[in-house]
Design a protein around this ligand. Structure first.
Ligand code: FA5
Ligand code: MG
Length: 436
């Protein structure tokens, strides 16, 4: 992180010049243009740097797809919070917000979280701005103040976040975060009946352990609750024996702040950032009698470790060779991803009438397809079933996906195998091919 910041500062002047020259040109030709994001129009200005490629990720909502690895992981974390934290009325304490718009204001993403005006994270070189007042959120913490202002004490937020970054196997300019906050009143911290003599606040000094307005007891309570909550989550995800460690950190919106790391395959992996919420933020929300903690987790890196997914770009793949590996999973299934070929898939459908006299099971056909097609068969799925009202015959349609591990298959090669499968199915299973 520090390295990245130094690098950003270091290369700023040269990059600025280049960008400035480009900007003059692009503003001139785009002066009257507007951009559409999430159904709203924005006038381009000198801050606009979002590209059509980045905008094409808005609305994909991978975290809302139940059988996508990110959806599975999200649900696993949500289920953990639902089952572990139940209120007095028997309902979960945490409310989930996973459909908040990724378009946020500069106020939401930075000002409301006390991020200084000259902070490096605000630079155009680090964010995707829509115009001078709006950007694609750079973290899901951007929603903290609006949620707390609306009266919510404990929440989980999940969503896509956007940061200008290099693209390699562990960095992608769009990724997903899950943020949480939990507020406590004096009653919730001190469960005894007489709490009149106890104060959450004092007019003291800021130290490494506490903010100036918190008593040391308040700060230590919040830190202990936060750490216990996150250690429990880490053990749920990585197992009871997981080796974890706390590292001190700095965020403008929390103090003290920490990062939680997990030892995974011999490397320490940064799981999340967290800390005791700055009391000034709560005061700005009109809250004077509560204190709280917050954290933010990156979902991709976690899912990459949990499912052994080697490249962050795979999360965006629409390739069924990737997606189908998670099709039958539940949030707690131990799925291990198997590498798919880099060569393209080729899809061919086959429809036939089932035999009248003998029993037919789709599994018979699956076996036959693998037998005839061998390793070029990636998937076979029954996609349609039809019963003829008059003849009472049943027809099945199967989708067969072909892919070679070492080369791109030509249509002719695929057709040849497809025809062989058709004639063998006719001969051995007694089906009657339909021409589609
Ligand atoms: C934040 O974004 C803070 N908003 C987290 C937070 C929330 C702190 C509330 C305190 C209170 P950070 O930039 O470190 O912090 O990102 C949080 C997590 O997102 C990281 O731990 C990491 O898991 C993930 N992450 C960060 N950058 C990337 C990236 N380029 N690609 C994939 N995951 C990333
Ligand atoms: Mg970090």
């Amino acid at each position: 992180m520090l390295e990245k910041r130094l690098l950003a500062c270091f290369s700023l002047s040269r990059r600025f010049l280049v960008k400035y020259q480009r900007r003059k040109f692009s503003v001139a030709i785009n002066e009257k243009e507007t951009i559409d994001v999430c159904g709203k129009k924005y006038q381009r200005d000198e801050w606009t740097n979002v590209t059509p490629k980045i905008l094409s990720h808005v609305g994909r909502n991978l975290h809302l797809q139940e059988k996508h690895p990110l959806g599975l992981l999200k649900n696993r974390i949500v289920n953990h919070f639902y089952s572990q934290y139940i209120g007095r009325t028997g309902n979960p304490i945490f409310s989930v917000f996973d459909r908040l718009s990724p378009v946020v204001t500069v106020e939401q993403n930075f000002d409301s979280l006390l991020i200084p005006k000259n902070h490096i994270s605000r630079l155009k070189s680090d964010c995707y701005y829509i115009d001078s007042g709006h950007l694609l959120r750079a973290h899901t913490t951007a929603h903290q103040v609006e949620l707390i202002k609306s009266g919510i004490d404990s929440y989980l937020t999940v969503g896509d976040v956007y940061r200008r970054d290099e693209i390699d196997s562990s960095h992608y300019p769009v990724f997903h975060q899950l943020d949480a906050a939990r507020l406590y009143s004096k009653h919730e911290i001190y469960k005894q009946e007489d709490i009149s003599g106890i104060n959450l606040f004092e007019n003291g000094d800021e130290t490494a352990e506490k903010q100036e307005v918190h008593t040391l007891d308040t700060a230590l309570f919040l830190q202990a609750e936060l750490k216990a909550c996150l250690e429990k989550l880490a053990r749920n995800l990585f197992g009871e024996d997981a080796e974890i460690r706390w590292v001190e950190s700095v965020f403008p919106f929390t103090h003290p702040s920490f990062e939680l790391e997990v030892l995974y395959n011999g490397n320490w992996l940064e799981l999340l950032g967290c800390g005791v919420m700055k009391q000034e933020i709560l005061a700005n929300c009109g809250i004077t009698d509560k204190v709280g903690w917050a954290f933010g987790i990156g979902l991709e890196r976690l899912a990459m470790r949990l499912y052994q997914i080697p490249d962050i770009r795979l999360f965006w793949s629409q390739d069924t060779g990737f997606l189908n590996q998670f099709r039958k999973a539940t949030p707690t299934s131990p799925v291990t991803y198997k590498t798919i070929s880099v060569f393209p898939q080729c899809t061919n459908d086959m429809s036939f009438w089932l035999p009248e006299s003998t029993a037919f099971s789709p599994n018979d056909f699956y076996d036959l397809v693998r037998q005839v097609g061998g390793d070029v068969i990636e998937q076979v799925t029954l996609i349609d079933e039809f019963n003829h009202p008059k003849t009472k015959l049943t027809s099945h349609c199967y989708r067969i996906v072909y892919r070679h591990m070492q080369k791109t298959l030509t249509k002719t090669e695929v057709n040849r195998v497809h025809e062989d499968i058709g004639s063998e199915a006719t001969r051995l299973l007694g089906v009657k091919l339909r021409v589609v």
